[in-house]
Structures are given as structure tokens and as C-alpha cells.
Write a protein that binds this ligand. Structure first.
Ligand code: SF4
Length: 204
């Protein structure tokens, strides 16, 4: 199996090609490829982990509970959702079932899935030409900065972009909005931190 990413393609062509991707086994159990969405030439690109259950069914990124949390945080940070490009490090939903429930439970993508899907993310960065990229969560950060990157050490910093052959001038690594949903009594504090990280990206 191979990822066949068309060279020099625009977003529309990339999305059509990604819909046929079989480069890792995740396509077998997911409903569809969930490609990125947003303006062709967004200045800010936000990268999450993978589509969730709602996104998998609807075919759009960040339209479930984590997406609503992201919308609130973008608003507080002064960023309009329709001005940013939203995508994920992995484009198919990885999930597991349980004996006691029909619910599809999120399963974190593995290193092989992140590596197999990375060419699509690279192609989106080339097509969109953002100036700043925000990695939301450890999977996105490791896809963009390599497997040794530690989000706990660099969260909220303005980071150099590893590839000088792109338009990207800087990056910010932060938490994934779904982490706020699971944060219990620390929810407010985590949300404030997430908004502060998005503000940093917005200022750049
Ligand atoms: S997760 Fe990515 S690499 Fe794997 S099949 Fe889907 S689009 Fe292809």
C-alpha cells in the first residue's frame, strides 16, 4: 500500500485523491476520509489528531463536541473559524468497539498511521501556504515535529518551523480541544491556556 499524493495539487484535487487512500488500514473501518476544510489561502492552519465519531459520519473536521469547544476558543482568541484552515494529522477515524456498548470509542492513531498520513498533511501545507501552524495535541505535534517532540515541554511556545522550504514562519503547539472536555474541574484553567496559545498564533 502507498500514499499516492498528486504533486502540485490544489486542495480540491488533494481531497478527491485522499478519498481513495488505502495507505494504512484505517480506511477499512472508517466511514470516509475526512480531509481538511477552510480557505485555500488561510494564514493560520490548525492541525488536530484525527476525525472523531461525528466527523467520520459527516465527512467534515471539527464538527463534533471538540469542534464546538474549538469554535468557542477561536472566538475568544479573536480568530474566525472561516478564516483558518482546519485539518487533522490522520484523516480516518480509528476506533474500537466494546462488548457492552454499540458506541465507537476513539483510539489514538499509532506511529504507523501518523507516518502513512503525513504526506497528506504536507500536501495541505504546500497548497494552503499558511504563515503559522498550530499543532493541537501530541499526535499533531509529533506528526509535524517528529516522534521525539514532547508537547509537555514546548506547549505554548513560539516554535521554529522545521522545513525552510515552506511559507510557514512559526508554529505553536498546544493541547487538543477534546482534552478540555475531559478535564473535569480543571476545565476552565485548561480552556484559558488553550485560548492563550491560540492568541499567540493570532498575534504572529
Ligand atoms: S489514515 Fe491517512 S494514510 Fe491511512 S488510509 Fe486514511 S488517508 Fe490514507
Amino acid at each position: 500500500m502507498a500514499t499516492e499524493v498528486p504533486a502540485h495539487a490544489g486542495l480540491r484535487e488533494l481531497a478527491v485523491a485522499a478519498a481513495r487512500c488505502t495507505a494504512c488500514e484505517l480506511y477499512e473501518r472508517a466511514t470516509q476520509t475526512v480531509f481538511g476544510a477552510g480557505p485555500d489561502k488561510a494564514r493560520v492552519m490548525l492541525v488536530g489528531e484525527q476525525p472523531g465519531d461525528v466527523e467520520d459520519r459527516r465527512g467534515e473536521p471539527f464538527v463534533g463536541p471538540a469542534g464546538r469547544m474549538l469554535d468557542r476558543a477561536l472566538d475568544e482568541a479573536g480568530l474566525a473559524r472561516n478564516e483558518v484552515y482546519l485539518t487533522n494529522a490522520v484523516k480516518h477515524f480509528r476506533w474500537k468497539s466494546t462488548a457492552s456498548s454499540k458506541r465507537r470509542l476513539h483510539q489514538r492513531p499509532g506511529a504507523t498511521h501518523i507516518a502513512a498520513c503525513h504526506p497528506w498533511l504536507d500536501a495541505e501545507i504546500t497548497a494552503v501556504r499558511p504563515r503559522i501552524v498550530v499543532a493541537m495535541g501530541a499526535v499533531a505535534a509529533q506528526s509535524l515535529f517528529g516522534p521525539s517532540f514532547r508537547l509537555t515541554q514546548h506547549r505554548g511556545e513560539l516554535l521554529d518551523w522545521p522545513d525552510p522550504h515552506t511559507t510557514v514562519e512559526a508554529a505553536v503547539a498546544t493541547i487538543h480541544p477534546s482534552a478540555i472536555l475531559r478535564a473535569g474541574e480543571k476545565r476552565k484553567e485548561m480552556q484559558a491556556g488553550f485560548v492563550a496559545d491560540l492568541r499567540l498564533a493570532s498575534r504572529v
